[in-house]
Design a protein around this ligand. Structure first.
Ligand code: A2R
Length: 415
């Protein structure tokens, strides 16, 4: 063990965010001395998440901006950290398409400011950086998929050396598919570069998607669960959604926070570690399981035109896929086998339930210019340090449902 958390000074950049606030709570509970950088534009305003978690009086907040190195010098002077968790970022993939410059400025320049400040101050903290599964981007799952991608893009670079390229470990090729993903690739390499060049003790976490109560309102899982709750209470006519074919490796945020702490404690400087659940499930499954947890029994789904029908789509199995046994639904399995997929032209899906038909409507505005088709982690490396997945997909959805069942948490947010 590198640390007894009760004796450690920790600086969190991005402490007001979804992960940062929950991480601060965990560290406060462990007895650490927690410092966090909050933006100056919020002068005098304590972040709501910290108040809600009742830790606003237990953490030391320092005003600053990751894009302003002077303020980072100040924050480091004030906190004298043994450990830094670098979470501050523009974290929302769709926004990175709308404002790529902002994303690069915050994520890349911001990281460089932090690294330079530590180097120039001659400090030696462990720095765990929040990088992302999005860095892997396009990963090929089958020969058919490869052919389709070649037809679509004309080129795949680097060329796969194995198919399927799943599950994804630290050695997989990086094929980022958004400005956000590109920014995180740069963050990964900057972190490594400062390790190789100056011996800074940087550790790179590539966490796959992580969710839970309080995830940002515009993230896909929040959008799904919020609308499912609204549908249940008659506050919307349908679930409006973009690409339901996307597969993600969803973890509970608490599992990932445990992983971050483990990396600070036992990770090797200069190394990349994948964090995830070693499951992959579709956006469509996330929708259907959310509806089930809200009390609907689903018999069948069919596209609006009636040409794609699946009976008992949420039936579960643990069959092996990509060499891994994980829980998936029947509709996941059909999509993974490329026997069914949904397009904007399908317009939507009717979900037939014991309480009547529900509508999932495809909305062109909610499709991204480019979307990562599928992600699934191989967490073999971090497991050797003791990493465990303690929560199932159902636990994650349950946490989000409980959050949105509180009307205050869905008030005023458009579906
Ligand atoms: O927006 P704010 O003021 O609440 O602060 C956010 C912070 N942040 C910044 N802090 C200092 N200077 C900036 N220029 C700046 N821009 C953003 O980063 C907030 O505290 C945090 C981002 O929080 P979330 O969007 O909730 O991200 P989440 O899910 O907590 O992700 C943590 C990390 C990020 O690096 C993601 O890219 C990665 O995990 O997946």
């Amino acid at each position: 063990m590198r640390y007894n958390w009760g004796e450690v000074r920790v600086l969190i950049t991005g402490i007001s965010g979804f992960v940062g606030s929950l991480m601060a709570k965990k560290l406060v509970d462990l007895g650490a001395e927690v410092y966090g950088i909050i933006r100056r534009r919020n002068e005098g305003v304590v972040p709501k998440r910290l108040i809600d978690l009742r830790i606003d009086k237990c953490v030391n907040l320092i005003e600053g901006d990751i894009t302003d190195i002077t303020s980072i010098f100040f924050a480091i002077d004030q906190s004298q950290p043994d450990v830094i968790f670098h979470l501050a970022a523009q974290s929302f993939v769709p926004r990175s398409f709308k404002d790529p410059l902002e994303t690069i400025r915050t994520n890349v320049n911001g990281t460089l400011n932090l690294l330079e400040a530590i180097r120039l101050k001659d400090l030696d903290p462990i720095i765990v950086s929040a990088c992302s599964s999005e860095e892997y981007g396009l990963q090929i799952i089958s020969d058919k998929h490869y052919q389709r991608m070649i037809e679509k893009y004309g080129v795949i670079h680097p060329q796969p050396v194995r198919i399927p390229e799943l599950p994804i470990n630290e050695e997989n090729f990086l094929r980022p598919m958004s400005p956000y993903a590109v920014s995180k690739v740069a963050v990964s390499y900057l972190m490594q570069n400062y390790y190789y060049s100056y011996g800074l003790r940087t550790i790179i976490s590539r966490a796959f998607n992580h969710e839970g109560a309080g995830r940002g309102h515009n993230f896909v899982t929040s959008t799904i669960v919020r609308q499912a709750v609204m549908l249940r209470y008659g506050e919307t006519d349908a679930i409006h959604i973009g690409n339901v074919n996307a597969f993600r490796d969803w973890s509970h945020v608490e599992d990932i926070i445990d992983g971050y702490l483990l990396l600070a404690d036992k990770g090797k400087p200069g190394n990349v570690y994948v964090q995830g659940s070693m499951r992959t499930n579709s956006v469509l499954t996330y929708i259907l399981l959310s509806l089930e947890q809200l009390g609907y029994t689903i018999h069948e789904i069919e596209t609006f035109k009636g040409d794609k029908k699946i009976k008992n789509p949420t039936e579960r199995n643990m069959d092996e896929f990509f060499g891994v046994k994980f829980e998936k639904t029947k509709v996941d399995e059909l999509m993974l086998k490329e026997e069914v997929s949904y397009k904007l032209e399908d317009q939507g899906i009717t979900v037939k339930t014991d309480k009547g038909d529900l509508k999932v409507k495809f909305n062109g505005d909610r499709f991204r210019p480019l979307d990562v088709p599928i992600l699934m982690s191989d967490t073999g490396k971090i497991k050797k340090l003791g990493f465990k997945v303690n929560r199932k997909l159902d636990d994650i959805i349950k946490a989000q449902i409980n959050y949105y069942l509180n009307p205050n948490n869905r008030k005023g947010i458009p579906p």
